[in-house]
Design a protein around this ligand. Sequence first.
Ligand code: ZN
Length: 78
Amino acid sequence: MFRNLILLIAIAAAVWLISRMIKNKALQSSSKPVQKNEIKNIVQCHVCKVFIPEDKSVKQDQYSFCSHEHLQQWQEEQ
Ligand SMILES: [Zn+2]
């Protein structure tokens, strides 16, 4: 009887550990591609040199800008 109880606790602990490992793996695999993309798509504003995600930047020719104001500023300087 006592042995069965220990066995039951051991199984419960093993199941809890495995489910925690699966959760951690799921979190890692879902957060890693996002980080990779962020690093891949960082661009620098041609005017103020600030680093911004590419999807939030304003593109003109081969240059990137943090805002439309800086794009205009750069165009006026040309
Ligand atoms: Zn800027």
